[in-house]
Design a protein around this ligand. Structure first.
Ligand code: GDP
Length: 478
Protein backbone atom coordinates (compact mmCIF):
# COMPACT_ATOMS: atom_id res chain seq x y z
CA UNK A 1 0.00 0.00 0.00
CA UNK A 2 1.37 3.31 -0.92
CA UNK A 3 -0.69 6.04 -2.51
CA UNK A 4 -4.37 6.21 -3.37
CA UNK A 5 -5.40 6.78 -6.94
CA UNK A 6 -7.15 9.98 -5.90
CA UNK A 7 -4.04 11.29 -4.19
CA UNK A 8 -1.88 10.49 -7.19
CA UNK A 9 -4.38 12.24 -9.46
CA UNK A 10 -4.30 15.31 -7.20
CA UNK A 11 -0.55 15.44 -7.27
CA UNK A 12 -0.51 15.41 -11.02
CA UNK A 13 -3.45 17.80 -11.17
CA UNK A 14 -5.18 15.19 -13.34
CA UNK A 15 -8.70 13.75 -13.17
CA UNK A 16 -9.11 10.63 -11.02
CA UNK A 17 -11.02 8.92 -13.82
CA UNK A 18 -8.12 9.52 -16.20
CA UNK A 19 -5.72 7.89 -13.77
CA UNK A 20 -8.03 4.88 -13.33
CA UNK A 21 -8.24 4.56 -17.10
CA UNK A 22 -4.46 4.68 -17.44
CA UNK A 23 -4.11 2.04 -14.74
CA UNK A 24 -6.57 -0.18 -16.61
CA UNK A 25 -4.46 0.20 -19.72
CA UNK A 26 -1.50 -0.98 -17.63
CA UNK A 27 -3.58 -3.95 -16.49
CA UNK A 28 -4.16 -2.71 -12.95
CA UNK A 29 -7.83 -2.78 -11.94
CA UNK A 30 -8.45 -0.38 -9.08
CA UNK A 31 -10.98 2.17 -7.99
CA UNK A 32 -10.22 5.74 -7.14
CA UNK A 33 -10.05 5.13 -3.39
CA UNK A 34 -7.70 2.15 -3.59
CA UNK A 35 -3.93 2.34 -3.15
CA UNK A 36 -1.20 1.38 -5.58
CA UNK A 37 2.50 0.80 -4.95
CA UNK A 38 5.36 3.13 -5.83
CA UNK A 39 6.43 1.22 -8.94
CA UNK A 40 2.93 1.29 -10.38
CA UNK A 41 2.61 4.97 -9.50
CA UNK A 42 5.83 5.62 -11.34
CA UNK A 43 4.46 3.99 -14.50
CA UNK A 44 1.32 6.09 -14.32
CA UNK A 45 3.28 9.26 -13.75
CA UNK A 46 5.42 8.54 -16.79
CA UNK A 47 2.30 7.83 -18.86
CA UNK A 48 1.18 11.35 -17.98
CA UNK A 49 4.50 12.68 -19.18
CA UNK A 50 5.82 13.70 -15.75
CA UNK A 51 8.91 12.75 -13.83
CA UNK A 52 8.58 11.12 -10.43
CA UNK A 53 10.87 11.88 -7.57
CA UNK A 54 10.84 9.60 -4.54
CA UNK A 55 11.35 11.79 -1.54
CA UNK A 56 11.41 8.80 0.75
CA UNK A 57 10.03 5.29 0.77
CA UNK A 58 6.61 6.55 1.74
CA UNK A 59 6.40 9.80 -0.12
CA UNK A 60 6.80 10.94 -3.67
CA UNK A 61 6.71 14.30 -5.23
CA UNK A 62 5.50 14.55 -8.76
CA UNK A 63 7.72 17.01 -10.55
CA UNK A 64 5.91 19.03 -13.16
CA UNK A 65 8.74 18.44 -15.58
CA UNK A 66 7.69 17.34 -19.00
CA UNK A 67 8.94 14.29 -20.84
CA UNK A 68 12.57 14.06 -21.94
CA UNK A 69 13.57 15.67 -25.21
CA UNK A 70 14.56 13.85 -28.37
CA UNK A 71 18.30 13.98 -28.91
CA UNK A 72 17.74 15.68 -32.27
CA UNK A 73 16.04 18.65 -30.61
CA UNK A 74 18.98 19.36 -28.32
CA UNK A 75 21.18 22.39 -28.93
CA UNK A 76 24.32 23.30 -27.00
CA UNK A 77 23.82 25.72 -24.19
CA UNK A 78 26.18 27.81 -22.03
CA UNK A 79 27.56 26.30 -18.81
CA UNK A 80 26.26 27.43 -15.41
CA UNK A 81 29.06 28.11 -12.94
CA UNK A 82 29.10 28.58 -9.15
CA UNK A 83 32.12 30.12 -7.43
CA UNK A 84 33.05 28.64 -4.06
CA UNK A 85 35.97 28.87 -1.64
CA UNK A 86 37.18 30.08 1.72
CA UNK A 87 36.15 33.48 3.05
CA UNK A 88 38.39 36.34 1.82
CA UNK A 89 40.01 34.22 -0.88
CA UNK A 90 38.40 36.48 -3.49
CA UNK A 91 35.10 34.94 -4.61
CA UNK A 92 33.28 38.27 -4.77
CA UNK A 93 36.24 40.02 -6.40
CA UNK A 94 36.46 37.28 -9.01
CA UNK A 95 32.74 37.44 -9.78
CA UNK A 96 33.06 41.22 -10.16
CA UNK A 97 36.08 40.92 -12.44
CA UNK A 98 34.39 38.28 -14.60
CA UNK A 99 31.29 40.45 -14.83
CA UNK A 100 33.44 43.17 -16.37
CA UNK A 101 34.95 40.78 -18.89
CA UNK A 102 31.68 40.83 -20.80
CA UNK A 103 32.54 42.12 -24.27
CA UNK A 104 29.29 43.95 -24.80
CA UNK A 105 29.71 45.75 -21.48
CA UNK A 106 31.57 48.67 -23.08
CA UNK A 107 28.87 49.47 -25.62
CA UNK A 108 25.40 48.88 -24.27
CA UNK A 109 26.21 49.48 -20.63
CA UNK A 110 27.48 46.56 -18.59
CA UNK A 111 25.92 44.30 -16.06
CA UNK A 112 24.32 46.71 -13.69
CA UNK A 113 21.63 44.84 -11.80
CA UNK A 114 22.16 42.20 -9.20
CA UNK A 115 19.59 39.56 -10.08
CA UNK A 116 21.35 36.52 -8.58
CA UNK A 117 23.00 35.34 -11.78
CA UNK A 118 24.57 36.91 -14.84
CA UNK A 119 25.78 35.86 -18.23
CA UNK A 120 29.11 36.89 -19.71
CA UNK A 121 29.47 37.14 -23.47
CA UNK A 122 32.98 36.47 -24.70
CA UNK A 123 34.71 37.82 -27.80
CA UNK A 124 34.39 34.36 -29.36
CA UNK A 125 30.62 34.68 -29.12
CA UNK A 126 30.45 32.00 -26.44
CA UNK A 127 28.64 32.62 -23.20
CA UNK A 128 29.05 31.58 -19.57
CA UNK A 129 26.41 31.93 -16.86
CA UNK A 130 27.59 32.66 -13.33
CA UNK A 131 25.51 32.24 -10.20
CA UNK A 132 26.12 35.56 -8.48
CA UNK A 133 25.90 34.30 -4.90
CA UNK A 134 29.33 33.00 -3.93
CA UNK A 135 29.79 30.26 -1.40
CA UNK A 136 28.24 26.93 -0.76
CA UNK A 137 25.25 28.00 1.31
CA UNK A 138 23.24 28.97 -1.77
CA UNK A 139 24.55 25.97 -3.68
CA UNK A 140 23.38 23.40 -1.14
CA UNK A 141 20.24 25.29 -0.21
CA UNK A 142 19.18 24.90 -3.83
CA UNK A 143 20.34 21.30 -3.97
CA UNK A 144 18.38 20.43 -0.85
CA UNK A 145 15.29 21.48 -2.80
CA UNK A 146 16.26 19.14 -5.58
CA UNK A 147 17.63 21.79 -7.93
CA UNK A 148 20.90 20.94 -9.62
CA UNK A 149 21.65 24.13 -11.48
CA UNK A 150 25.44 24.18 -11.36
CA UNK A 151 27.39 22.47 -14.14
CA UNK A 152 30.86 23.51 -12.97
CA UNK A 153 32.27 24.72 -9.65
CA UNK A 154 35.10 27.24 -9.73
CA UNK A 155 37.02 26.72 -6.51
CA UNK A 156 38.85 29.88 -5.48
CA UNK A 157 42.00 29.34 -3.42
CA UNK A 158 44.16 32.29 -2.39
CA UNK A 159 47.73 31.55 -3.40
CA UNK A 160 49.09 33.22 -0.25
CA UNK A 161 46.84 31.30 2.10
CA UNK A 162 46.30 27.83 0.65
CA UNK A 163 43.56 25.35 1.40
CA UNK A 164 41.46 26.28 4.39
CA UNK A 165 38.45 24.83 6.20
CA UNK A 166 35.82 26.28 3.85
CA UNK A 167 37.89 25.24 0.84
CA UNK A 168 37.56 21.65 2.03
CA UNK A 169 33.85 22.14 2.65
CA UNK A 170 33.43 23.46 -0.87
CA UNK A 171 35.37 20.52 -2.34
CA UNK A 172 33.15 18.08 -0.49
CA UNK A 173 29.96 19.88 -1.48
CA UNK A 174 31.02 19.74 -5.13
CA UNK A 175 32.00 16.09 -4.85
CA UNK A 176 28.72 15.16 -3.17
CA UNK A 177 26.88 16.84 -6.03
CA UNK A 178 29.21 15.21 -8.59
CA UNK A 179 29.95 18.56 -10.16
CA UNK A 180 33.38 18.98 -11.79
CA UNK A 181 35.78 21.45 -10.21
CA UNK A 182 38.08 24.00 -11.82
CA UNK A 183 40.54 25.64 -9.45
CA UNK A 184 41.21 29.38 -9.64
CA UNK A 185 44.43 29.99 -7.74
CA UNK A 186 43.83 33.63 -6.89
CA UNK A 187 45.92 36.55 -5.64
CA UNK A 188 49.01 35.52 -7.61
CA UNK A 189 50.00 39.20 -7.60
CA UNK A 190 50.69 39.04 -3.85
CA UNK A 191 54.25 38.69 -2.58
CA UNK A 192 53.53 35.57 -0.54
CA UNK A 193 51.79 33.76 -3.41
CA UNK A 194 52.81 30.13 -3.78
CA UNK A 195 50.66 28.25 -6.27
CA UNK A 196 52.74 25.08 -6.18
CA UNK A 197 51.92 24.76 -2.49
CA UNK A 198 48.22 25.06 -3.36
CA UNK A 199 48.59 22.29 -5.93
CA UNK A 200 50.32 20.07 -3.37
CA UNK A 201 47.58 20.69 -0.83
CA UNK A 202 44.91 19.82 -3.41
CA UNK A 203 46.46 16.36 -3.70
CA UNK A 204 45.34 15.58 -0.18
CA UNK A 205 41.77 15.90 -1.42
CA UNK A 206 42.27 13.69 -4.45
CA UNK A 207 42.36 16.72 -6.71
CA UNK A 208 45.32 16.25 -9.05
CA UNK A 209 46.18 19.17 -11.32
CA UNK A 210 47.45 18.67 -14.86
CA UNK A 211 51.11 19.46 -14.16
CA UNK A 212 51.10 16.75 -11.49
CA UNK A 213 49.67 14.17 -13.87
CA UNK A 214 45.97 14.59 -13.16
CA UNK A 215 43.15 16.10 -15.18
CA UNK A 216 42.12 18.93 -12.88
CA UNK A 217 42.28 22.34 -14.53
CA UNK A 218 43.93 24.94 -12.30
CA UNK A 219 44.40 28.53 -13.48
CA UNK A 220 46.51 31.13 -11.73
CA UNK A 221 44.59 34.38 -11.60
CA UNK A 222 44.43 37.72 -9.93
CA UNK A 223 40.93 39.07 -9.51
CA UNK A 224 42.08 42.56 -8.61
CA UNK A 225 44.72 42.80 -11.36
CA UNK A 226 42.43 40.97 -13.82
CA UNK A 227 45.21 38.55 -14.73
CA UNK A 228 44.37 35.38 -16.69
CA UNK A 229 40.61 35.78 -16.47
CA UNK A 230 40.46 34.83 -20.16
CA UNK A 231 42.37 31.62 -19.34
CA UNK A 232 39.89 30.82 -16.59
CA UNK A 233 37.00 31.38 -19.01
CA UNK A 234 38.71 29.15 -21.58
CA UNK A 235 39.08 26.42 -18.96
CA UNK A 236 35.38 26.71 -18.12
CA UNK A 237 34.43 26.40 -21.78
CA UNK A 238 36.76 23.43 -22.20
CA UNK A 239 35.19 21.68 -19.23
CA UNK A 240 31.75 22.57 -20.57
CA UNK A 241 32.61 21.00 -23.91
CA UNK A 242 33.51 17.75 -22.15
CA UNK A 243 30.16 17.81 -20.38
CA UNK A 244 28.30 18.22 -23.69
CA UNK A 245 25.75 20.57 -22.19
CA UNK A 246 22.61 20.64 -24.29
CA UNK A 247 18.99 21.67 -24.02
CA UNK A 248 15.95 21.90 -26.25
CA UNK A 249 15.06 25.57 -26.71
CA UNK A 250 11.86 24.78 -28.62
CA UNK A 251 9.49 23.87 -25.81
CA UNK A 252 7.64 25.34 -22.87
CA UNK A 253 10.21 26.69 -20.42
CA UNK A 254 11.39 24.87 -17.31
CA UNK A 255 13.90 26.24 -14.86
CA UNK A 256 14.83 27.02 -11.30
CA UNK A 257 14.33 30.01 -9.03
CA UNK A 258 17.75 31.46 -8.22
CA UNK A 259 16.52 34.32 -6.08
CA UNK A 260 13.14 35.75 -5.13
CA UNK A 261 12.03 38.74 -3.13
CA UNK A 262 9.14 41.05 -2.51
CA UNK A 263 9.88 44.54 -3.83
CA UNK A 264 8.00 47.65 -2.99
CA UNK A 265 6.04 48.84 -5.99
CA UNK A 266 6.96 45.81 -8.09
CA UNK A 267 5.47 42.95 -6.11
CA UNK A 268 7.14 39.56 -6.08
CA UNK A 269 10.23 39.46 -8.25
CA UNK A 270 12.10 36.26 -9.02
CA UNK A 271 15.20 35.44 -10.98
CA UNK A 272 14.68 32.31 -13.01
CA UNK A 273 17.46 30.36 -14.59
CA UNK A 274 15.86 28.81 -17.66
CA UNK A 275 17.12 25.23 -18.01
CA UNK A 276 15.27 24.16 -21.11
CA UNK A 277 12.71 25.63 -23.43
CA UNK A 278 12.16 29.33 -24.00
CA UNK A 279 10.37 31.58 -21.55
CA UNK A 280 8.20 34.32 -23.04
CA UNK A 281 6.23 37.29 -21.85
CA UNK A 282 2.64 36.14 -21.32
CA UNK A 283 3.56 32.57 -20.29
CA UNK A 284 1.63 31.07 -17.40
CA UNK A 285 3.77 29.24 -14.87
CA UNK A 286 4.06 27.44 -11.55
CA UNK A 287 7.06 28.27 -9.32
CA UNK A 288 7.18 26.10 -6.21
CA UNK A 289 3.95 26.85 -4.38
CA UNK A 290 3.25 30.00 -6.40
CA UNK A 291 1.97 30.68 -9.87
CA UNK A 292 1.65 33.63 -12.21
CA UNK A 293 1.81 35.03 -15.71
CA UNK A 294 5.00 36.62 -17.03
CA UNK A 295 4.41 40.37 -17.18
CA UNK A 296 7.99 41.36 -17.93
CA UNK A 297 11.40 39.77 -18.39
CA UNK A 298 14.50 41.80 -17.51
CA UNK A 299 18.12 40.76 -17.82
CA UNK A 300 21.11 41.73 -15.67
CA UNK A 301 21.75 44.75 -17.95
CA UNK A 302 18.33 46.14 -17.17
CA UNK A 303 17.10 45.37 -20.68
CA UNK A 304 13.54 44.23 -21.30
CA UNK A 305 13.41 40.90 -23.11
CA UNK A 306 10.62 39.20 -25.02
CA UNK A 307 12.05 35.76 -24.40
CA UNK A 308 14.83 33.87 -22.61
CA UNK A 309 16.34 30.54 -23.68
CA UNK A 310 18.36 27.79 -21.91
CA UNK A 311 20.99 28.82 -19.30
CA UNK A 312 19.73 32.42 -19.40
CA UNK A 313 19.08 34.08 -16.05
CA UNK A 314 16.18 36.47 -16.20
CA UNK A 315 14.14 38.48 -13.75
CA UNK A 316 10.45 37.69 -13.93
CA UNK A 317 7.60 39.98 -12.95
CA UNK A 318 4.08 38.65 -12.57
CA UNK A 319 4.19 36.26 -9.64
CA UNK A 320 1.29 35.94 -7.27
CA UNK A 321 3.60 35.19 -4.33
CA UNK A 322 7.26 34.80 -3.49
CA UNK A 323 8.75 31.35 -4.16
CA UNK A 324 11.98 30.05 -2.58
CA UNK A 325 15.45 29.80 -4.09
CA UNK A 326 15.75 26.32 -5.57
CA UNK A 327 12.04 25.99 -6.34
CA UNK A 328 11.23 24.65 -9.77
CA UNK A 329 9.70 26.88 -12.41
CA UNK A 330 7.48 25.37 -15.08
CA UNK A 331 5.37 26.93 -17.80
CA UNK A 332 1.84 25.50 -17.91
CA UNK A 333 -0.87 25.33 -20.54
CA UNK A 334 -3.50 27.20 -18.63
CA UNK A 335 -4.17 29.24 -15.57
CA UNK A 336 -6.53 26.88 -13.80
CA UNK A 337 -4.01 24.06 -13.90
CA UNK A 338 -1.24 26.37 -12.67
CA UNK A 339 -3.42 27.58 -9.83
CA UNK A 340 -4.46 24.05 -8.92
CA UNK A 341 -0.88 22.80 -8.69
CA UNK A 342 0.28 25.82 -6.70
CA UNK A 343 -2.55 25.37 -4.22
CA UNK A 344 -1.92 21.68 -3.91
CA UNK A 345 1.76 22.29 -3.24
CA UNK A 346 1.08 24.95 -0.63
CA UNK A 347 -1.19 22.56 1.16
CA UNK A 348 1.31 19.68 1.13
CA UNK A 349 4.11 22.02 2.21
CA UNK A 350 2.11 23.04 5.25
CA UNK A 351 1.42 19.41 6.03
CA UNK A 352 5.06 18.35 5.72
CA UNK A 353 6.13 21.25 7.90
CA UNK A 354 3.88 19.90 10.60
CA UNK A 355 4.74 16.23 10.22
CA UNK A 356 8.38 16.60 9.20
CA UNK A 357 10.27 13.83 10.91
CA UNK A 358 13.40 14.13 8.82
CA UNK A 359 14.57 11.73 6.22
CA UNK A 360 18.16 11.73 7.38
CA UNK A 361 17.96 10.12 10.80
CA UNK A 362 20.16 7.13 11.44
CA UNK A 363 17.08 4.95 11.96
CA UNK A 364 15.57 6.14 8.69
CA UNK A 365 18.79 5.43 6.82
CA UNK A 366 19.00 2.00 8.39
CA UNK A 367 15.51 1.06 7.29
CA UNK A 368 15.99 2.50 3.82
CA UNK A 369 19.07 0.39 3.30
CA UNK A 370 17.36 -2.62 4.83
CA UNK A 371 14.67 -2.20 2.16
CA UNK A 372 17.41 -2.17 -0.44
CA UNK A 373 16.79 1.47 -1.33
CA UNK A 374 20.25 2.63 -0.36
CA UNK A 375 23.66 1.01 -0.14
CA UNK A 376 25.54 3.70 1.70
CA UNK A 377 25.36 5.37 5.05
CA UNK A 378 26.46 8.94 4.31
CA UNK A 379 27.98 10.82 7.25
CA UNK A 380 29.58 14.14 8.09
CA UNK A 381 32.15 13.91 10.89
CA UNK A 382 33.16 16.86 13.04
CA UNK A 383 35.54 16.56 15.95
CA UNK A 384 37.39 18.69 18.51
CA UNK A 385 40.87 17.54 17.50
CA UNK A 386 42.48 16.22 14.35
CA UNK A 387 43.60 12.94 15.92
CA UNK A 388 40.16 11.73 16.94
CA UNK A 389 38.68 12.89 13.63
CA UNK A 390 41.15 10.74 11.71
CA UNK A 391 40.61 7.79 14.02
CA UNK A 392 36.84 8.00 13.53
CA UNK A 393 37.02 8.43 9.75
CA UNK A 394 39.47 5.53 9.43
CA UNK A 395 37.35 3.21 11.56
CA UNK A 396 34.15 4.16 9.74
CA UNK A 397 35.67 3.64 6.32
CA UNK A 398 36.74 0.14 7.31
CA UNK A 399 33.18 -0.93 8.15
CA UNK A 400 30.81 -2.68 5.77
CA UNK A 401 31.47 -4.69 2.61
CA UNK A 402 30.94 -4.33 -1.14
CA UNK A 403 27.20 -4.05 -0.71
CA UNK A 404 26.94 -1.51 2.07
CA UNK A 405 29.39 0.95 3.47
CA UNK A 406 29.84 4.21 5.29
CA UNK A 407 30.58 7.18 3.06
CA UNK A 408 32.29 10.10 4.77
CA UNK A 409 31.16 13.13 2.77
CA UNK A 410 33.03 15.62 4.85
CA UNK A 411 35.15 15.66 7.97
CA UNK A 412 36.70 18.50 9.86
CA UNK A 413 37.80 19.93 13.15
CA UNK A 414 35.41 22.35 14.85
CA UNK A 415 31.79 22.78 15.81
CA UNK A 416 28.83 21.91 13.60
CA UNK A 417 28.06 24.85 11.32
CA UNK A 418 25.36 25.64 8.77
CA UNK A 419 27.46 24.28 5.93
CA UNK A 420 27.59 20.86 7.63
CA UNK A 421 23.81 20.85 8.04
CA UNK A 422 23.04 21.92 4.47
CA UNK A 423 25.45 19.29 3.15
CA UNK A 424 23.81 16.64 5.33
CA UNK A 425 20.36 17.81 4.30
CA UNK A 426 21.06 17.75 0.60
CA UNK A 427 22.56 14.27 0.76
CA UNK A 428 20.52 12.64 3.53
CA UNK A 429 23.65 12.27 5.67
CA UNK A 430 23.85 11.88 9.44
CA UNK A 431 26.13 14.29 11.32
CA UNK A 432 28.53 12.81 13.86
CA UNK A 433 29.62 15.39 16.43
CA UNK A 434 32.58 14.19 18.47
CA UNK A 435 33.21 16.34 21.52
CA UNK A 436 31.84 19.34 19.65
CA UNK A 437 28.55 21.18 19.66
CA UNK A 438 26.43 22.78 16.96
CA UNK A 439 26.21 26.56 16.76
CA UNK A 440 22.69 28.03 17.24
CA UNK A 441 22.10 28.66 13.53
CA UNK A 442 23.15 25.11 12.66
CA UNK A 443 20.94 23.69 15.39
CA UNK A 444 17.96 25.68 14.16
CA UNK A 445 18.56 24.63 10.56
CA UNK A 446 18.91 20.99 11.60
CA UNK A 447 15.63 21.18 13.46
CA UNK A 448 13.87 22.78 10.51
CA UNK A 449 15.19 20.32 7.95
CA UNK A 450 15.10 17.26 10.21
CA UNK A 451 18.85 16.60 10.03
CA UNK A 452 20.13 14.12 12.60
CA UNK A 453 23.07 15.39 14.66
CA UNK A 454 24.50 12.68 16.92
CA UNK A 455 26.74 13.71 19.78
CA UNK A 456 29.52 11.40 21.00
CA UNK A 457 32.49 11.49 23.34
CA UNK A 458 33.71 7.91 22.96
CA UNK A 459 34.99 6.68 19.59
CA UNK A 460 33.88 3.14 20.31
CA UNK A 461 30.26 4.34 20.50
CA UNK A 462 30.47 6.05 17.11
CA UNK A 463 31.77 2.89 15.48
CA UNK A 464 29.26 0.74 17.32
CA UNK A 465 26.28 2.81 16.15
CA UNK A 466 27.51 2.84 12.58
CA UNK A 467 28.09 -0.90 12.71
CA UNK A 468 24.58 -1.47 14.02
CA UNK A 469 23.13 0.70 11.28
CA UNK A 470 25.12 -1.13 8.63
CA UNK A 471 24.31 -4.59 9.93
CA UNK A 472 20.68 -3.65 9.66
CA UNK A 473 21.49 -2.98 6.04
CA UNK A 474 23.54 -6.05 5.30
CA UNK A 475 21.88 -8.42 2.90
CA UNK A 476 21.17 -11.74 4.62
CA UNK A 477 23.94 -14.29 4.25
CA UNK A 478 22.94 -17.54 2.52
P1 GDP B 1 35.41 36.55 -0.61
O1 GDP B 1 35.16 36.61 0.86
O2 GDP B 1 35.95 35.20 -1.01
O3 GDP B 1 34.25 36.97 -1.46
O4 GDP B 1 36.65 37.54 -0.90
P2 GDP B 1 36.63 39.04 -1.47
O5 GDP B 1 36.40 39.04 -2.91
O6 GDP B 1 35.76 39.88 -0.61
O7 GDP B 1 38.16 39.42 -1.27
C1 GDP B 1 38.74 39.51 0.03
C2 GDP B 1 39.91 40.48 -0.01
O8 GDP B 1 40.93 40.01 -0.88
C3 GDP B 1 39.52 41.85 -0.52
O9 GDP B 1 40.18 42.83 0.23
C4 GDP B 1 40.02 41.86 -1.96
O10 GDP B 1 40.36 43.14 -2.41
C5 GDP B 1 41.25 40.96 -1.86
N1 GDP B 1 41.53 40.27 -3.12
C6 GDP B 1 40.68 39.53 -3.85
N2 GDP B 1 41.28 39.07 -4.96
C7 GDP B 1 42.56 39.54 -4.93
C8 GDP B 1 43.68 39.42 -5.81
O11 GDP B 1 43.65 38.76 -6.85
N3 GDP B 1 44.83 40.04 -5.41
C9 GDP B 1 44.91 40.77 -4.27
N4 GDP B 1 46.08 41.33 -3.99
N5 GDP B 1 43.87 40.91 -3.45
C10 GDP B 1 42.72 40.31 -3.76
Amino acid sequence: EFITVQELANRMAARGAEVVKTLMKLGVMVTITQSIDADTAELVVEEFGHKLRRVSASDVEIGMRGADDDATDLKSRPPVVTVMGHVDHGKTSLLDALRQSDVVAGEAGGITQHIGAYQVRLASGERITFIDTPGHAAFTEMRSRGADVTDIVVLVVAADDGIKEQTVEAINHAKAAQVPIIVAINKIDKPGADSSRVKQELLQHELIVEDLGGDLLAIEVSATEKTNLDKLEEAILLQAELLELKANPERAAEGVIVEAKLERGRGSVATVLVQRGTLRVGDIFVAGGEWGRVRALTNERGEQLKEAGPATPVEVLGLNGTPLAGDDFTVMDNESRAREIAEYRQQTRRETEITSTGRGTLEEMMSRIKEGEASELPVVVKSDVHGSMEAIVNSLEKLGNEEVKVRVLHSGVGGINESDVTLANSTGAVIIAFNVRANPQARQLARRDGVDIRYYSIIYNVVDDAKAALSGMLAPKQ
